[in-house]
Design a protein around this ligand. Structure first.
Ligand code: HEM
Length: 382
C-alpha cells in the first residue's frame, strides 16, 4: 500500500480509505482506518500484542534486552499490569493537578522572554514547556535541559521504529542510573524518589525499570505535548474568531483541547502484532502480522463524529482516541491536557490574537507517526 508522504495532510487519504478500503492487508502488514476497528484492536490485548520483541529480529531484541528493562508501552498483561500499577501513583489526577501553578509559572516565564511581534511558537513555548515540566517533575537539574531536549527529539523520531539507537540508550541509561543512585541516598518529593519508594504487593521497581520508565516519559511525553499545543494554535488561527472566543470564554479551553486532540491528533498511528489469526471487516489477519491503527483517521470517522472535518471548539461528546484505548491508554493524558490548557489560557489572556504565518510542508516533523510542526511562526496582535 502506498502511504502518502508525511508532509502531505493525511486527512483526505484517510477519508478515502475509510470509505473504499477500511481494512487493508499488504504482505504481513495490516492497516485500519475506521474508529470501531481501531478500538476493537486496541481493546483486545490477548490477540493484539504490544510485545513486539517476541516477533522481532533476534539481534535487535537481544540489544534491547541488554539496555533497559522493557517499557510498559511494549509489555502485555500480566507484566504490564504490574508495572502500570507501580507507576500509576505518580500520575494520579490529584498529583498532576498539583503541578498547575508550576506549569503556569513556566509558561508565563517563557512568554515574558518573547519581545518580538513575530516569533516561533515552537522554540519559544510549545517545545520548552513540556521538557521543563517533566524535568521538574523528575527532579532533574535545569542545566541538563538542553541535553534533555536533544534526547526527547531523537527518542520521538525513533518511536514506532524497530531499530535501537544504542549510543543514545547508553547515554541516557548512564545518566538516569547515576541520578537514581543519588536519590536513593536523599529521597525527595520528585517522581524518581516516588518510583524508588513505590511498592505494590511487596514488589518494587528495579533501577533498570526506573531508568526505562524515565526514558519512556521523555519519549512519549515531550514531542506529543509540544505538538498538541502547536496544533491547537495553528487550528485556532485557521478558524477566525476562535482565539477571541476563548479569550471571552476561557471555560471553553478544555473542550478546545479535546477537539484539537481529535482534529489534529499528535499521534496519528500506533501498532500491534497479532498473536492469533483474527478476522476484521472480512479481512483475515494472520499470526505475526503487524497491524497499524490510524488514530488520526478513527478520530475523523463520519460514523462517529458529526461534521468530522470541521473544528468545533465546544464539540459535545468528543469520544476521540487520540490517547489510545484499552490497557495502554496514555498514562500522561492528565498532564498533557493540563499543560495544553494552561498554555492556551496563557496565550489567550496575554494576546489579542496570535496569527500563525502559514507554515511550509517542509516544516512538518519528519515522521509519519507524529503530526506536528518543527517551526510555527506567529504574529502577536494586541
Ligand atoms: C498530547 C500528548 C500525548 C499524546 C497524544 C499521547 C498519546 C499516547 C498514546 C496514543 C498512547 C498509547 C500507545 C499505544 O497504545 O500503542 C500513549 C501511551 C503512553 N503515554 Fe502518552 N501521549 C501524550 C502525552 C504523554 C505525556 C505528557 C506522558 C508522560 C509524561 C505520556 C506517557 C505515556 C506512557 C507512559 C504511555 C504508555 C502507557 C502504557 O503502555 O500503559 N504521554 N500516549
Amino acid at each position: 500500500m502506498q502511504i502518502p508522504d508525511y508532509r502531505d495532510e493525511p486527512f483526505e487519504w484517510y477519508r478515502e480509505m475509510r470509505n473504499k478500503a477500511p481494512v487493508v492487508k499488504d504482505g504481513n502488514s495490516v492497516f485500519l482506518f475506521r474508529y470501531d476497528d481501531c478500538k476493537e484492536v486496541l481493546g483486545n490485548f490477548r490477540v493484539f500484542s504490544s510485545q513486539f520483541r517476541d516477533f522481532m529480529d533476534k539481534e535487535v531484541a537481544a540489544q534491547l534486552n541488554m539496555m533497559a528493562a522493557p517499557s510498559i508501552l511494549i509489555l502485555d498483561p500480566p507484566k504490564h499490569t504490574k508495572m502500570r500499577n507501580l507507576v500509576n501513583r505518580a500520575f494520579t489526577p490529584r498529583r498532576i493537578q498539583s503541578y498547575e501553578g508550576e506549569i503556569r509559572k513556566i509558561s508565563e516565564g517563557l512568554l515574558d522572554q518573547q519581545k518580538n511581534t513575530v516569533f516561533d511558537l515552537v522554540s519559544s513555548l510549545s517545545y520548552p514547556l513540556p521538557v521543563l515540566v517533566i524535568s521538574r517533575i523528575l527532579g532533574v537539574p535545569e542545566e541538563n535541559m538542553t541535553r534533555f531536549k536533544e534526547w526527547s527529539d531523537k527518542l520521538a523520531m525513533n518511536l514506532g521504529r524497530m531499530g535501537v539507537d544504542m549510543a543514545l540508550q547508553k547515554e541516557m541509561s548512564d545518566y538516569f542510573g547515576k541520578l537514581i543512585e543519588e536519590r536513593k541516598h536523599s529521597l525527595g518529593d520528585d517522581l524518581i524518589s516516588l518510583l524508588i519508594e513505590s511498592e505494590v504487593d511487596g514488589e518494587r521497581l528495579t533501577k533498570q525499570e526506573i531508568t526505562g520508565f524515565s526514558i519512556l516519559l521523555l519519549a512519549a511525553g515531550n514531542e506529543t505535548t509540544t505538538n498538541l499545543i502547536g496544533n491547537s494554535i495553528l487550528t485556532l488561527s485557521e478558524y477566525p474568531g476562535t482565539f477571541q472566543l476563548l479569550k471571552e470564554k476561557p471555560y471553553l479551553i478544555q473542550s478546545t483541547v479535546e477537539e484539537s486532540l481529535r482534529y489534529r491528533s499528535p499521534v496519528q498511528s500506533t501498532r500491534r502484532v497479532a498473536k492469533e489469526n483474527y478476522s476484521i471487516g472480512g479481512v483475515e489477519i494472520g499470526r505475526g502480522d503487524f497491524v497499524s491503527v490510524f488514530l488520526g483517521s478513527a478520530n475523523r470517522d463520519e460514523e462517529i463524529f458529526s461534521e468530522p472535518e470541521k473544528f468545533i471548539p465546544d464539540r459535545k461528546e468528543n469520544r476521540h482516541i487520540a490517547f489510545g484505548e484499552g490497557v495502554h491508554f496514555c498514562l500522561g493524558a492528565p498532564l498533557a491536557r493540563l499543560e495544553a490548557k494552561v498554555a492556551l489560557e496563557t496565550v489567550t489572556a496575554r494576546y489579542g490574537n496570535l496569527r500563525v504565518i502559514k507554515p511550509s510542508p517542509d516544516d512538518r516533523l519528519d515522521s509519519d507517526i507524529m503530526y506536528g510542526y518543527r517551526k510555527l511562526m506567529v504574529q502577536k496582535e494586541n
